[in-house]
Design a protein around this ligand. Sequence first.
Ligand code: FAD
Ligand code: NDP
Length: 462
Amino acid sequence: MTVSVDASYDCDLFVIGAGSGGVRASRVASQLGARVILAEGSALGGTCVNLGCIPKKLYSYAAHYHEAFAQARGFGWTLAEPEFDWDVLKARRGAEIARLNGVYAELLRGANVQLVRGWAKLLDAHTVAVKTTTHEQRFTARHILLATGGEPLRIEGPGAQWAMSSDDMFDLSPFPKRLVVVGGGYIACEFASIFHGLGSKVTLLHRGPQLLRGFDGEMARFVTAEMRKKGIDIRLESRIAAVERRGEVQRLQLADDSVLEADTVLHATGRRARSRGLGLAEVGVKVNEDGTVPVDAGFTTNVPSVHALGDLVGNKALTPVALAEAMVLIGRLFGEGRRPALDYATVPTAIFTHPQVATVGLSEEVARTRHGVLRIYRSEFKPLQHTLSGSTERTLLKLVVDDASDRLLGAHMVGGDAGEVLQGFAVAVQAGLTKAQLDRTIGIHPTVAEEFVTMRVAASRG
Ligand code: FAD
Ligand code: NDP
């Protein structure tokens, strides 16, 4: 298929933001024959590559070695006391991310995407200005894609002026011996686990009665208990009343009058769509109160030539979602027409806590509001590895099944490599498979994941 080129514009597609969604959209559009210009004001790859998924997961691997060394003794290994060097980890992460930035540059060059370095804003529905340190360049485009992602939401409150965001944590110096994390979502739980594993004394303060609001409650409570067993001090329904700073040490007084000392306080209290400074109001692009940009099912804003996706639109702030949204939009603009609308209800996700939480489909709570009788299958056990490792870590697997249709509505896991295990079961939930089909599936023995196909007796029906 040949894309119709309108030579009255400088390009067919101007993309603002070279993160997960913007890079995918640029490359695919260009491969379909569109003339694409991509503007990026910071490092290539966006949040995921530079300040999110990738460095976070590398640090999570680093943190796992701590307990791996301890557990190795149970298998007969004798080790000298291991020592951790934070500066080495930071430098090695930095080098790997720089390599990835280079890979992105190469991919864009290979796909014939013109890259412009600088911060972009809309001047009208078909014109973008890009500001570099020295000058401003203007470009006209048939279509403009906003893929500017999100940024940490800065909250008000005691000590907020000294608090770090997740962006600041990757290159923190010095290493925080005592870390207080505020929040109970993805970032709070992951960073609490990571820094605990790397050697910090971690206290997590969450305002609500349960971590990971919106996830299956039983799984959230289970991972909270597992994180506590490992030594993270998790305080629920907890608020900071006052913070005093003495030199580098912050003294936190909590609403229950207890006092904590911290070298670093991390506010992991959500993220905000990055719609400010893009000239959207001037051009008439609607913006919601929370900063997200409303779009239709094909990712077009209320201005027909302006499109938006990824964290900026805020459907689910996950990299694979931004990638999938880019495929839908570009297929519609330059490809062979409409793809089926994305099914956000079956997007799988993992929280890289220690142990991990992974989930796909409906929690038991949500399933109860939408379906009739449910069958719940659950299996909680000590994994084989921990019979010798000395670890008391336990694993919980759970299936939510619609009794009438036998359809699998949700699959949930807390345990080692839960993200890896659930990716496969996400296929089952997305395909609408039945429990009978899982029962016909043969397990792989001995694995933790085989439990998902061997749970025969429902723990509850009702
Ligand atoms: P981004 O990747 O944020 O890219 C936006 C880009 O636009 C940035 O490069 C920015 O510099 C650029 N930009 C912004 N404004 C302008 C402008 N005016 N001009 C030019 N350029 C501009 N997701 C997962 O799926 N798995 C994970 O494990 C995971 N871990 C995460 C961990 C952390 C700590 C965080 C913060 C996020 C994590 N995420 C994870 C979420 C994931 O990173 C985002 O959902 C994803 O990056 C969104 O992609 P995007 O294209 O919408 O935006
Ligand atoms: P989340 O929305 O997951 O969690 C925010 C947390 O902060 C909630 O527990 C919320 O409490 C709490 N909170 C909000 N405002 C305040 C406040 N004023 N005072 C105290 N607590 C507050 O956001 P994150 O920042 O953790 O992550 C943002 C998004 O990034 C995630 O939703 C996810 O989509 C993505 N992400 C994905 C990862 C992955 O795939 N593994 C990893 C990291 C991020 P309450 O529940 O009461 O509202």
